[in-house]
Ligand binder design. Structure first.
Ligand code: PMP
Length: 428
């Protein structure tokens, strides 16, 4: 039997760090990442034959569980027609219609091949549309790895200690203004000073790349108001929250409407897909209608569209998201009970189908400073113990957890039993 350790050794020879995305590395965990062989429903199966209840869900897309039979059948049905044509196909329109129907603030939409491309293109569009260079983002929010957005970023950039990446020209980074998440006064002060130079605000409406931090009342509303007052474009990066926090995304859940929305993950059903869209007047500035360039050889790839359209249709079953949030609550409250009983200082937070676990004595975590003040060693011990008991969590304290509709009551109970053992170990 080949082990993960052997595969990681081999991988490390020709792949930097042995991984194709740094969030997959087990940074500071003193063990090699686990190589998976297959997945089904709520489970991942590794190359050594171990099964894990998975709360990563391929970092979000697998909201109905892994290897969803309907999604696979839709891809299979198109496979023999060919993989890509580089011409328009009907299913791209089906996808666009579906997105615009499910998220009404999106009057027009363009497909991309990743979330990074979606946010990068939305930023360019906002800059081109307003004729301004400055963008506002929030500390610990992650919007992919394009240059303007790798300034004080979250996710792997934070986990690996490089929130502002070398290689981003200072002359570009100086146009990115970074503010504190959940601080409406800070936003107001910034816009009082430079509002008329700001092309856009880009925000994760629920921060999911510094653990899971929901917006506080008035935060998103303030963003909407200052953008209206100063002619800036409000961009919600719903790559993670889209179709997860609610059917219509975080914007439906919190009732704040952005000008542009970025999507990824669920919209591709596990295939490489992103999308950005919004107000018609802005979107009509994109080439070939307007002068602002956006393109992609594989954008709107028919197999990827088939997977995404099938998954989005499955989410429209009434009550889907309520049931998902209930599962999250069962998990959260069960964890809290067990941590309290063991005397481990821990809190949880959630929004719809995403959640976070923080090792802290604070009663809530609202921003980057509070998220990074949590105990990293406690997280590492929790992660390792959970893994040893068959539960796969994101290998970083700065990532959200993802629930799927394939997680059964038994899966959640197994997770809580594992947590009880983990907490006992951590308390000792
Ligand atoms: N925005 C957000 C909110 C994300 O969580 C991510 C990825 N985790 C991205 C953008 C980038 O997406 P991708 O990894 O597909 O480029």
């Amino acid at each position: 039997m080949t082990t993960s350790a052997e595969l990681f050794d081999r991988a490390s020879r020709h792949i930097p760090g042995g991984v194709n995305s740094p969030v997959r590395a087990f940074k500071g965990l003193h063990r090699p990442p686990i190589f998976m062989e297959r997945a089904q429903g709520a489970y991942l199966f590794d190359v050594e034959g171990n099964r894990y209840v998975d709360y990563v869900g391929s970092w979000g897309p697998m909201i109905t569980g892994h290897a969803d039979q309907d999604v696979l059948a839709a891809v299979r049905a198109r496979l023999d027609n060919g993989l890509s044509f580089g011409t328009p196909t009907e299913i791209e329109t089906t996808m666009a219609d579906l997105i615009c129907e499910m998220i009404p603030s999106m009057e027009m939409v363009r497909m991309t091949s990743s979330g990074t491309e979606a946010t990068m293109s939305a930023i360019r569009l906002a800059r081109g549309y307003t004729g301004r260079d400055k963008i506002v983002k929030f500390e610990g929010n992650y919007h992919g790895h394009s240059d303007s957005l790798l300034v004080k970023a979250g996710s792997g950039a934070l986990t690996h200690g490089e929130p502002s990446s070398p290689g981003v020209p200072a002359s570009l980074a100086e146009h990115t203004v970074t503010l504190s998440f959940n601080d409406p006064e800070g936003v107001q002060a910034c816009f009082d000073e430079i509002g008329d130079q700001v092309a856009c605000i880009i925000v994760e409406p629920v921060a999911g790349n510094m653990n899971c931090i929901p917006p506080q009342p008035e935060f998103l509303e303030t963003l909407r108001r200052v953008c209206n007052e100063h002619g800036s474009v409000l961009i919600f990066d719903e790559v993670m929250t889209g179709f997860r926090v609610a059917l219509g995304g975080a914007q439906a859940h919190y009732n704040v409407t952005p000008d542009l929305t970025c999507l990824g993950k669920i919209v591709g059903g596990g295939m490489p897909v992103g999308a950005f869209g919004g107000k018609r007047a802005i979107m009509e500035q994109i080439s070939p209608l307007g002068p602002i360039y956006h393109a992609g050889t594989l954008s709107g790839n028919p197999l990827a569209m088939a997977a995404g359209v099938t998954l989005l249709n499955k989410l429209q079953v009434p009550g889907f998201h309520d049931a998902l949030a209930q599962r999250v609550d069962t998990l959260r409250f069960g964890l809290q009970e067990r941590a309290d009983a063991a005397g481990v200082p821990m809190i949880t937070q959630s929004a719809g189908g995403m959640f976070g676990v923080f090792f802290t004595a604070q009663s809530r975590v609202d921003n980057f400073a509070q998220a990074t003040a949590c105990d990293p060693e406690m997280f590492r011990r929790f992660f390792s113990a959970m893994l040893d008991h068959g539960v796969y969590l994101a290998p970083s304290a700065f990532e959200a957890g993802f629930m799927s509709s394939a997680h059964t009551a038994e899966d959640i109970q197994l997770t809580l039993d594992a947590a009880e053992k983990a907490f006992a170990l951590m308390a000792s």
